[in-house]
Design a protein around this ligand. Sequence first.
Ligand code: ZN
Length: 395
Amino acid sequence: MALSRRAFLTLLAGTSLFAPSALAAGTDETFALAGTVYPGRGAPLPGHAVLVRQGRIEDVVPIREVNDRPVFATGNGSILPGVINAHCHNLHTADERRARWLEHGVTAIGDAASPLKFLTALQDSPAGQTATASACGPMLCPPGGYPLPIHSPDHALAVASTGQGSDAVKRLADLGVRRIKIAFEPGTLPKPWPVFDPTVARAICDTAHRLGLGVRCHVEDLSGLEPALDAGVDYIEHVPYRWHDRGTIRPVIDPDNAPVPHYRKLLERMTRDRVIMTPTLDVFTRTPWNGPSLFAPVRAFHAMGGRIALGNDFPYRRTDAGMPVQEMKLLAKAGLDESAVIEAATSTAAEVCGFTNRGRIAPGMAADLLAVRGYPTPDALQDPVHIVKDGVFIR
Ligand SMILES: [Zn+2]
């Protein structure tokens, strides 16, 4: 089949034929973005166009089949889902999320715990105007447990019993959170912080699952990983890089940079149970723990087929908002190739956040899209040619 005249001209020009600003008024526009399409999961489709109508993705078809709408193409360009930063904090209002995330190509974020008073702001995500937010509300913790020793009291809801745990989950569910956040964090020796009684953690996870909510669990210390998995959490936040084993500090990796057998067994269990890890390497490479203890477990987990999501834990340790280029580069350093990094930053990140209609390019999904020059490398993603949110051109 011949190229439509419009597609032909677009390809010839190697650039956009239509000024996107003319289409920025609402979400009812009909257009196509063309190039090599990275669906967010699975193989890229060269020479394809993503059809957008009324804020949603209609279809993905060969470019030559498009003849009923404007086609935006970038010479040798790529189209991919908007990037999702699955683990960050702060920037609660719609205006802040637009300026600091959306205008850089991050079309959705997972707020991995914030004080309750910010929940309303996070839930204000008008279509096409800001980065959609998934919120957990405050973290649930045992009395005196993390995050209370180092963060202000409004970052946590302390629960002391199975009943209080279930009630807290129900209360947060009523307030509209998409995910529940807990922690198994003993802190550093000599005086460990209290961690959840297993029955309380189990009650939190069971109640969350009954209400359709996944549970995200902060685990920096390997001693917290097994109890977290036993409780039934769905997502591990951070990569465990230290191990305080009942009063003794042990290494998490062998001299040959492989996770120690206990760690490896738990990573295999996560792989089997499809528990997703969001390693947040950006924040930890800014600490004294930077090194093989961070990268070797991520590398081993990825090699065994473990699922990894992108998040950078902004704003801690001076991590930045905007396109999380540094986290992408660090995931690559841990062994993820280009398409694995994109999957971590789109479809898998969407799953961690509970976005069922974002993170992939497929019919019916929200039209959160990026167009970049050439391959979607971290550097290309730093400066997208087009940013589309719910079918609206932001750039
Ligand atoms: Zn965090």
